[in-house]
Each structure stands twice: as structure tokens, then as C-alpha cells.
Design a protein around this ligand. Structure first.
Ligand SMILES: NC(=O)c1ccc[n+]([C@@H]2O[C@H](COP(=O)([O-])OP(=O)(O)OC[C@H]3O[C@@H](n4cnc5c(N)ncnc54)[C@H](OP(=O)(O)O)[C@@H]3O)[C@@H](O)[C@H]2O)c1
Length: 308
């Protein structure tokens, strides 16, 4: 089958010929890929900074949506023809930027009918990251004020959407172009990241926040002063500062979870929400798609392997 990926760690993204998935293990689902998310974390896989369990030559990509073609003997939640989405790592066969993708049933979710396939293909990592930060690490409570720094990104926006769904009072810091979308996602206030937003944020939280999330690379230390004494701070950019004032600091990395993903996708679609789509390209454009995602695209970037 055809894919887009690397021939060596650190090498350029190219079209690659890959072996077809062999016979499925009993817990595996074979998905005909219609959309696979391209995002900045794929560059971590390309450069060897994120080990997803396989070695080059390999397709990149850790999230996808498409149609189930075949299931292993022990799979009970899916059958051929179901529309699904997944974030899966470690990888079972190849990355998701390929015609077919194999994932264990436990990493797979039913796609809501109302969710566009392109959106579903790029939903897995951002949604699961947001949920794992807000529910597992921060244990956000209804009515609590939560600051989301970097809410303009795809994962940043999902943090705002999931926090709002948990009943939090969401204060989002983002570029002005994202304001309307974040309000629609349920943010109480959206502060322009190019203003002196820290003063406004403090006013909105009576001085400091019980819970803060950073989604801007290298910026976690800069938001520490906004966290209340004995509060909680989560980063998804791998840069936790040393703790002070009794603050609990979490450095969160996404974990595959098809059951949580199914609930998150259903909730997002039921709220009538969607993600902006910046680009849908074929496998031959994998390299430029990754460059666009790394540069910070105004929405999700997706590979559709059926496109020329
Ligand atoms: N740990 C994990 O498991 C995990 C999971 C997912 C993502 N991540 C990481 O989290 C980060 C964000 O992911 P993403 O999907 O949201 O990225 P993204 O879609 O590429 O968005 C990045 C956004 O950050 C905003 N930004 C940049 N500099 C900023 C600043 N100084 N202040 C406020 N906002 C700023 C920009 O938004 P504006 O348009 O508002 O300017 C930009 O669009 C990435 O580094 C990613 O690798 C980690």
C-alpha cells in the first residue's frame, strides 16, 4: 500500500511503498483511511523525539478516520462498514498517513454521523489530550475558573471546548482571529494574546486561577504567576517549571483511549461544534502538509490517501 513517511529518522517526508497489513490479531481493526491528521507532533516522530514503536521506512501519522474493512476474531464493538476515528500509539503496523491503518479495538471510536470525516481524522490527539489534562490531571470542577494559554491552536481550542463542557469558567488566551470560534466553543472570555492580557486575566479570576493549562511551547514558566497558591498547572509542551507556592504541576502526554474518544466526539458533534479545516491533501503532499502544520496553520491539516 502507499503511504507518506520517512526512510530514516530525521529524513524528509516522501511517498513510501509499505507492506499491506498481514492477518489481523484478535483485537485489531483494519481501517480504510479517508482522513489522517497532520500536526506538529508528527514532526517529533519524524525526528525521533517521539517513539511510536516502529522504525523507518514507515508512514507517519498517529490519528485517522475512515471505514472499518475487517476486524479480528475478538473485536465486539465494530464491524466492516462502520465509520470510525482513532488515535493509536504505539503503532501496531504503520502510521496513519497510508491507505490502511491497523489499531487495537481499545483505541477506536465510532464516528458521529454529524462529524465531517476530515474533522474526525484530526480529532483524536487534540480531544484526548484536552480531556486527559482537564479531567485526569487538573480534575477541573464545574464553576471553576480555568485559564487556557494558547487556545488559538487546534489542541488549545479543544482544551477550551472540553473545559466548557465540564462546566468550567474558561478564560482563553489566543490570537484575535480565533475569538469567535472560542466563544462558540464555550469560552467565557477570550483575551488577545497580543495585548497585556495578564492584568485582564487576573481581574477575571479575582487575582489568580485555581487551574491553568499551557499549550504554547516554552511558555509554561510565564504563566506560573497566574496560578493561585496551592493551585494546579498543566503543560502539554514538555516544559514544566519547578513548583512554588504549593502548586501541583503536571506534564501531560496523550494516551490512546477509544472509549473516551467516542464520548468526546459524540459530545462535540452534539454541541454542533466543528474544527476549521485548513487543508486536505494527498499522500504526495505529505511534506508540505507537515511544514504547514508545524508553522501553525489556521485549522486542521489532513491527508486523504484517496486523493492524487
Ligand atoms: N503533550 C501532548 O500529548 C500534546 C498533545 C497535543 C499537542 N501538544 C503540543 O501542544 C502545542 C499546541 O498544540 P496545538 O495543536 O494547539 O498547536 P497548533 O494548532 O499548531 O497551534 C499553535 C497555536 O499556538 C498559538 N500561539 C503561538 N504562540 C502563542 C503565544 N505566545 N501566546 C498564545 N498563543 C500562541 C497560535 O495561535 P493564534 O492563532 O491564537 O495566534 C498558534 O496557532 C504544540 O506544541 C503541540 O505539539 C502536546
Amino acid at each position: 500500500m502507499k503511504g507518506a513517511g520517512i526512510r530514516e529518522v530525521g529524513g524528509p517526508v516522501e511517498e513510501v511503498d509499505l507492506p499491506e497489513p498481514a492477518s489481523l490479531k484478535s483485537d485489531e481493526v483494519l481501517i480504510e483511511v479517508q482522513a489522517a491528521g497532520v500536526a506538529n507532533w508528527d514532526d517529533l516522530v519524524r525526528t525521533g523525539a517521539w517513539d511510536v514503536g516502529i522504525t523507518p521506512p514507515m508512514a507517519l501519522g498517529v490519528e485517522a478516520a475512515g471505514t472499518v474493512r475487517q476486524v479480528g476474531a475478538a473485536v465486539s464493538r465494530f464491524e466492516a462498514g462502520h465509520q470510525v476515528l482513532t488515535h493509536s500509539a504505539p503503532l501496531r503496523h504503520q502510521g496513519a498517513w497510508a491507505e490502511r491503518f491497523v489499531a487495537p479495538e481499545a483505541h477506536v471510536a465510532r464516528k458521529p454521523v454529524a462529524m465531517e470525516i476530515t474533522v474526525a481524522g484530526a480529532f483524536g490527539v487534540p480531544a484526548l489530550t484536552a480531556y486527559q489534562v482537564l479531567a485526569a490531571m487538573l480534575n477541573v470542577q464545574a464553576g471553576e475558573a480555568v485559564l487556557i494559554h494558547g487556545a488559538g491552536g487546534v489542541t488549545g481550542g479543544m482544551l477550551a471546548a472540553v473545559a466548557a463542557a465540564m462546566g468550567a469558567r474558561v478564560i482563553a488566551v489566543a490570537g484575535a482571529r480565533n475569538k469567535e470560534r472560542l466563544k462558540q466553543f464555550g469560552a467565557t472570555a477570550v483575551l488577545d494574546r497580543d495585548s497585556s492580557w495578564q492584568q485582564a486575566a487576573k481581574r477575571l479570576a479575582d487575582g489568580a486561577f485555581p487551574a491553568v493549562v499551557n499549550a504554547v511551547r516554552g511558555a509554561t514558566a510565564s504563566v506560573l504567576p497566574l496560578v493561585a497558591d496551592n493551585g494546579r498547572l498543566a503543560t502539554i509542551t514538555g516544559d514544566p517549571p519547578a513548583s512554588e507556592r504549593g502548586i501541583r504541576i503536571g506534564n501531560v502526554y496523550v494516551t490512546a483511549d477509544g472509549y473516551a474518544l467516542e464520548r468526546l466526539a459524540a459530545d462535540f458533534a452534539n454541541r454542533g461544534l466543528t474544527l476549521p479545516v485548513a487543508a486536505v491533501v494527498g499522500l504526495a503532499q505529505g511534506s508540505s502538509a507537515l511544514a504547514e502544520a508545524v508553522a501553525g496553520s489556521p485549522g486542521v491539516v489532513v491527508i486523504d490517501p484517496r486523493q492524487a
